[in-house]
Design a protein around this ligand. Structure first.
Ligand code: 4AD
Ligand code: MG
Length: 442
């Protein structure tokens, strides 16, 4: 008889119907009279299949393996009270076949992917690890998060753009640029799309992008990738305080929406049961007060000495402080000497900038942003201070020539936000590519 081809998420409406399913053998329990297969088809929930009678007296049944692909037809039934199965359902199989057999024995899937794999093994086997429940949940959550960001910006009349990845200017300094040959001229993989976002402010108003950024990071840590997904936005006709409020709203609203979404909140409950949704307002901590905080709490620099104003706050110190405070912090007003050429100085406090890093427990910095220099001469002085030739930036500088105005923006590391939200130890777990590391993670 005919059977409708369905995805597993559609099964709850099909009780009493005969259906056709295709998927991977996620788990397998072989008993004398019954085989129980947990099927996975990537559509979300799993489903339990029961094979018995003639169905298990076949040659295929003898070497059915985990991660083989199969096609089945069968009757959708509710499981008995007190029995547990995904979605409370069981498919009583009446016909089945193997589409693609996975190896048994030495090369069997279960033997290759196991919880105590070290980092370098993980990297090599990332393509298989991605089939696991944790990695699947992280990737599904990541998709929901990106969708909510887009929805939030849509609601806030912010236009999405897709800036180029191949560029000829640096945004965050030359030391982390990946360079390549562009038809005979030097070019780079983008570190940040900020400059391009600023360029379209006069035509599109508030804009954002979700784009890969690339950093040739010299040190390998839990939170640095060579390629990461960068959510960046640029907002026009705003003051510094508006930028801070915007960031608080973005993070709180998106977290709130996801915690109200049944699939997303279930994933958070599974992977990070201790997660506490942030509340407004975030703590706002002046850089100079942060230096005081570090010294008062015995958080020293890597060489064991105290921090002084002007010092960069290294990753370890930043994380220690954030973990102690244990809620999101907006660290504001960094010294000019630590920041990029484009950052606006605080009026009347010219050695410091209208800048902000958002820090979250377990990860540290997830957002870096600032108000931008809108004055032509101040920008020229910024290039000079940083020793950057201004010529290649003429198109960026032109924004100050043709109708300048106050504006600001930020970049948010998507994998870092996910690591915080889902309680992951490293950002690597939040990316498809689990890049091979030769050095040990700090
Ligand atoms: O602080 P960053 O370097 O700031 C900028 O690139 C600005 N131009 C952004 C802007 O204002 N439009 O990077 C922004 C964020 C960081 O806070 C961090 O979350 C993330 O990008 N990030 C990384 N994430 C993973 N791996 C790396 N190597 C990262 N480098 C930065
Ligand atoms: Mg930064």
């Amino acid at each position: 008889p005919e059977a409708k081809s369905l995805k597993l998420y559609q099964l709850p409406e099909q009780v009493g119907e005969r259906v056709r399913l295709q998927g991977w053998v996620h788990r397998l329990r072989q008993q004398k009279t019954n085989f129980f297969v947990i099927l996975r088809d990537g559509s979300g929930p799993l489903a339990q299949l029961v094979l018995s009678g003639d169905c298990i007296r076949t040659l295929d049944a003898l070497d059915l393996t985990v991660e083989s692909t199969i096609e089945v037809t069968g009757l959708v039934t509710k499981v008995k009270e007190g029995q547990s199965a995904p979605q409370g359902l069981e498919i009583v199989v009446d016909w089945w076949k193997i589409i693609g057999r996975a190896p048994a024995g030495e090369d069997a899937f279960e033997g290759r992917i196991h919880p105590d794999m070290d980092f370098s093994m993980r990297a090599d086997l990332r393509h298989l690890e991605l089939r696991g429940e944790t990695a699947t949940a992280v990737m599904r959550f990541r998709a929901l998060l990106l969708r909510q960001f887009r929805e939030w910006f849509y609601q806030n009349r912010t236009t999405e753009v897709t800036p180029p990845c191949m560029v000829q200017t640096s945004v965050e300094g030359g030391s982390t640029l990946f360079s390549f040959d562009y038809y005979g001229s030097p070019a780079y993989l983008t570190q940040s799309s900020q400059l391009y976002l600023e360029t379209v402010l006069p035509s599109l108003g508030d804009v954002y992008c979700i784009q890969e950024s690339f950093r040739a990071e010299k040190s390998l840590t839990r939170r640095h990738l060579s390629e990461y997904t960068h959510l960046e936005a640029e907002l026009v006709f705003i003051k510094f305080k508006d930028l801070l409020d915007h960031l608080e709203n973005l993070i709180c609203d998106v977290v709130e929406t996801l915690m109200a979404d049944p699939i997303a909140s279930e994933i958070v409950k599974q992977l990070n049961p201790e997660f506490v949704a942030p509340t407004r307002p975030f703590m706002r901590l002046d850089y100079r007060d942060a230096i005081k905080y570090l010294n008062e709490h015995g958080i020293t620099k890597e060489d064991g000495t105290d921090h002084v104003v002007g010092d960069d706050i290294a990753e370890a110190a930043e994380r220690k402080m954030t973990d102690q405070i244990n809620r999101p912090i907006m660290l504001i007003n960094f010294p000019k000497s630590l920041k990029s050429f484009y950052m606006k100085a605080i009026p009347g406090d010219e050695e410091f900038t209208e800048s902000v890093d958002v820090l979250v427990p377990g990860v540290g910095e997830v957002v870096g942003g600032s108000m931008r220099i809108s004055d032509f001469d101040e920008l020229m002085a910024g290039y000079k201070r940083e020793g950057i030739p201004h010529e290649p930036y003429y198109w960026f500088t032109d924004q100050r020539k043709y109708g300048t105005t106050e504006h600001g923006g930020y970049g948010l590391g998507v994998e870092r936000l996910l690591a915080w939200f889902l309680g992951r130890y490293t950002v690597r777990e939040c990316s498809l590519v689990y890049a091979k590391t030769r050095r040990v993670l700090r």
